[in-house]
Design a protein around this ligand. Structure first.
Ligand code: FAD
Length: 310
């Protein structure tokens, strides 16, 4: 059995594993795809102290750093169920898709999240070539250019306000007849001179020249007419889905499916901690996930030293 079992091998899980292993305790990481969302990321310019790196490169150095601390990495392993300890301080079980089970005195959940995609032609083809999901990460790449934000909920409207300060023009495209963001955000958005708001507009295609994005096509839901917008970037803001489906009914999740954690990374289950994009902690970023992973590991260690010897 492990002292700490980390489920998920992205930035949060890697940091949790390194901090745990450095306490000299038996640490394992089970991850479906080690590196997580970093594999979908090209340029990273906001990982503090590193001016520029690329996702796959950062993923490889994370894995090397975790390995050099003697952590047992179990790659290509998908967790399907978490079974709380039968007695306080007993072993927690994590079931894997391959039928095996892992046991540990503490568990750190760091299964991350995935951006909901539009599923329209051009979206996959131009991913990282004009199609983006994170305004904090990729906004500056579009300085002085024209972009669209698809989605009129809070994250879409926040993204549009944020981008309007950087880019030449923002078109906000909302499927519904009205925006769903908070009134104060909508008022702020409407006050900006370089923003166009389109409602009842269904994005049907992202266009490009083969190399990068050069336009977006939407269908008016009032008269079915098609319209083209010339632009250089499209930010898709229609939801971030945490990878926590397998935990439903086991511990407390928010209405968005995020694992509810407190300031110490504790979940509603004793001995189970969580960190990164799968939790309620706001602002889903690499450096935040790493900080939270480190914190969860220190909390798990604090919890463990108070347990009776098995
Ligand atoms: P993830 O990176 O999502 O890792 C989750 C891990 O859990 C993976 O190993 C996954 O395989 C595993 N997993 C999931 N479910 C299971 C399961 N059931 N069993 C076992 N393992 C499981 N952030 C920045 O700071 N700067 C940027 O420039 C930046 N650019 C981005 C660009 C794109 C296109 C995307 C998608 C994200 C970007 N982000 C950026 C956000 C950043 O990638 C995330 O905030 C960060 O990766 C979150 O780390 P995490 O460890 O919480 O989760």
């Amino acid at each position: 059995a492990f002292d700490v079992l980390v489920v998920g091998g992205g930035p949060a899980g890697s940091a949790a594993a390194i901090y745990s292993a450095r306490k000299g305790i038996r640490t394992g990481v089970a991850a479906e795809r080690f590196g997580g969302q970093l594999h979908d990321t090209l340029g990273i310019e906001n990982f503090i102290s590193v001016e520029y790196t690329e996702g796959p490169k950062l993923a490889a150095s994370l894995e090397a750093h975790v390995k050099s601390n003697g952590v047992d990495i179990m790659s290509l392993q998908k967790a399907t169920a978490l079974i709380p300890a039968a007695t306080p301080g007993g072993l927690i079980e994590v079931k894997l898709e391959n039928g095996a089970s892992l046991h540990s005195r503490t568990v750190i959940l760091s299964t991350g999240a995935r951006w909901r995609k539009l599923g329209v032609p051009g979206e996959e083809q131009y991913l990282t070539k004009g199609v983006a999901f994170c305004p904090h990460c990729d906004g500056p790449l579009f300085k002085g250019k024209r972009v669209a934000v698809v989605g009129g909920g809070n994250s879409g409207v926040e993204a549009a306000i944020d981008l309007a300060g950087l880019v030449a023009h923002v078109t906000l495209v909302e499927f519904d007849a009205q925006l769903r963001a908070d009134a104060v955000l909508q008022a702020k958005l409407r006050s900006l001179p370089n923003v166009t708001i389109l409602t009842s507009a269904q994005t049907t295609e992202i266009k490009g020249d083969g190399e990068k994005v050069n336009g977006l096509v939407y269908k008016s839901r009032t008269d079915d007419s098609l319209h083209a917008v010339d632009l250089e970037g499209v930010f898709v803001q229609i939801g971030l889905v945490p990878n926590t489906e397998w935990l439903k009914g086991t511990l407390e999740l928010s209405k968005y499916g995020e694992i509810v954690t407190n300031a110490r990374g504790e979940t509603s289950l004793p001995g189970v901690f969580a960190a990164g994009d799968c939790t309620t902690v706001p602002y889903k970023q690499i450096i935040i996930a790493m900080g939270e992973g480190s914190k969860a590991a220190l909390s798990a260690f604090d919890y463990m030293i108070r347990l009776p010897e098995p």
